[in-house]
Design a binder for this molecule. Structure first.
Ligand code: NAD
Length: 541
């Protein structure tokens, strides 16, 4: 029973720790990294709140040292998918009727656990098994996940507070019910924050969840799941399973109680999931909510009025941080002829300075890509450019997978603005640049708009306000997150709600109220205090 309209604790973005030399946070993180590096973790699935071990295990190997072993996870089969669905449905009634401030407390506590006692562990796990540098890890596994958990609670309270008007004699109310059934969360390898947020946001709104993380992110997902349990998440509310992705989808998407999917990953997988849902639509009790944030081919466009060094920094950070494995990473750029030599010089200076290697060495800016399949795919694009008569590799272009999956930051210069590396998502440290004639600046914007199937992020650089306005208007449909004089990566929860359109997703904006609205089904309630006792109306007299 709720006995108060409770005011939430004040919520603000989690301050980013800097890990400077001799700082306490740096020493703590390095110690935790070394501890995890020299031990072997045994990672179970979590079904109905209990660890589930099958004995059928897969090794966890750091991408930057793929012969090293930091543990193993237990792989489940069809029966575990079914068990996870059953556990979720069993938990539903009690969880859905739990008062909102109890749910809020669980996720606020999880945020505080991540901000404090678990910060070094979730960061070290992400550094080791996803090969992120200390800073890239801190802004993801710690700060962004903490922000998601805290701000989602604020958004939930705002949604609940949105109530209709009532005329005298009547009380109208809206109840934001969870979906009827269970939600399927499917998460990518590249952000620990996304992996925690997709199940948690649906659960916060009263839903029960079957969560299948990427099999390349299990090591840090395990830390997140243990934090949820320690924060008091009741058994069955979020069930984390490691099972064959396609088989899992096939079982989940043919279940009558499947109520929605919260997906982040590649466009091809999301389209196949949507197709299956369409084919199975007659099986479901309700029309499922379909939320998916998918691929990108994100651009940087420079006008001749812009500063060359600022553009070069945006390109180096935007294209090569986390080895270009951000959905928002800059991977195509458009530079005017009269500024190209300056930009190229700045790029060359910065790239010659960049170090690549293990994230344990904090001076490295770039580490390894996630796995051998990704390595081979990225390399195939570099080799394509090497033999393409319109393209030339002007920086980088080397790679080596003998110890870890290392690919040097690579810049391709092309004369063909529609060459394969300008169009397709590569998801690695590869940037293709097209130099346009200065007088063609306006038509070059059309090129930016029409070149790829995606519309996730994009950035323009100019000091001329007329140009900024024209570019902003012309590129209105080309990106869900649009940046003026800034790199196209690094969206912050509650500041730049994130998501793209066209082939990049349903644009349901993680890190905003819009996303949480997808996980509720409103019920309008009208209560009349004194019901009429005469069926006739005055006009009948
Ligand atoms: P992925 O598509 O390979 O995998 C994503 C998830 O889908 C994983 O959990 C995977 O196990 C699962 N999966 C794979 N095949 C499946 C199938 N046949 N049926 C059902 N599920 C299946 O993507 P990834 O390599 O983990 O992540 C990289 C991709 O994610 C890139 O395309 C990137 O742009 C995108 N991404 C987008 C955003 C965004 O917000 N738009 C954020 C992060 C990543």
């Amino acid at each position: 029973m709720i006995k108060g309209f409770f005011r939430l604790p004040h919520v603000q973005n989690e301050p980013i720790k800097q890990y400077a030399p001799n700082s306490a946070e740096r020493a703590e993180l390095q110690d935790k990294y070394d501890e995890l590096w020299s031990s072997e973790r045994d990672i179970p699935m979590y079904i109905n709140g209990a660890p589930e071990r099958t004995g059928k295990t897969e090794r966890v190997r750091p991408p930057h040292d793929h012969q090293h072993n930091v543990g193993h996870y237990h792989m489940g089969d069809r029966s575990h998918v079914q068990a996870a669905i059953d556990a979720a449905l069993k938990a539903r009634s009690q969880w859905a009727s739990m008062s909102w401030e109890q749910r809020a407390s669980i996720f606020l506590k999880a945020a505080d656990l991540l901000a404090g006692p678990y910060r070094a562990e979730v960061n070290a796990a992400t550094m080791i098994a996803q090969s992120k540098t200390a800073f890239q890890t801190e802004i993801d596994a710690a700060c962004e996940l903490i922000d998601f958990l805290r701000f989602n609670v604020k958004y939930m309270a705002e949604i609940y507070a949105e109530q209709p008007n009532s005329m005298p004699g009547v009380w109208n109310r809206i109840e934001y019910r969870p979906l009827e059934g269970f939600v399927f969360a499917v998460t990518p390898f590249n952000f620990t924050a996304i992996s925690g947020n997709l199940p948690a946001s649906a659960a916060l709104m009263g839903n029960v969840v079957v969560w299948k993380p990427s099999l390349y992110q299990v090591y840090s997902a395990d830390v997140v799941m243990r934090v949820f349990i320690e924060a008091g998440l009741p058994p069955g509310v979020i069930n984390m399973i490691m099972t064959d992705p396609a088989e899992t989808a096939q079982i989940v998407l043919s279940h009558p109680e499947f109520a929605g999917i919260h997906f982040t990953g590649s466009t091809a997988v999301f389209k196949s999931i949507w197709k299956t849902i369409g084919e199975n639509i007659h099986l479901y009790r309700s029309y499922p909510r379909i939320v998916g944030e998918t691929g990108g081919k994100d651009y940087v466009w420079m006008h001749s009025s812009a500063d060359a060094r600022q553009v070069a920094v945006a390109l180096v950070r935007g294209a090569f941080e986390y080895q270009g494995q951000k959905c928002s990473a800059a991977s195509r750029a458009y530079i005017p002829q009269n500024r190209w030599e300056e930009v190229k010089k700045e790029l060359g200076t910065m790239l010659s300075d960049i170090k690549m290697g293990s994230p344990r060495d904090f001076s490295n800016f770039v580490t390894a890509v996630i796995h051998e399949g990704a390595f081979d795919k990225i390399v195939s694009y570099i080799e394509y450019a090497r033999q393409d008569k319109d393209s030339e590799i002007i920086f980088g272009g080397t790679y080596d997978k003998s110890v870890g999956y290392f690919i040097e930051p690579t810049v391709i210069l092309t004369r063909n603005p529609k060459t394969k590396t300008m169009v397709e998502e590569i998801f690695g440290p590869v940037l293709t640049i097209y130099v346009y004639k200065d007088e063609d600046w306006e038509t070059s914007l059309d090129l930016v708009n029409e070149t790829s199937e995606y519309a996730l992020t994009g950035a323009i650089f100019s000091k001329d306000r007329y140009i900024i306005e024209i570019a902003t208007n012309k590129l209105v449909d080309s990106a869900g997150n649009f940046y003026i004089n800034d790199k196209p990566t690094g969206a912050v929860v509650d500041q730049q709600p994130f998501g793209g359109a066209r082939g990049s997703g349903t644009n349901d904006k993680a890190g905003s109220k819009l996303n949480l609205l997808r996980w509720v089904s409103a019920r309008s309630i009208k209560e009349t205090f004194v019901p009429p006792t005469d069926y006739t109306y005055p006009f009948m007299k």
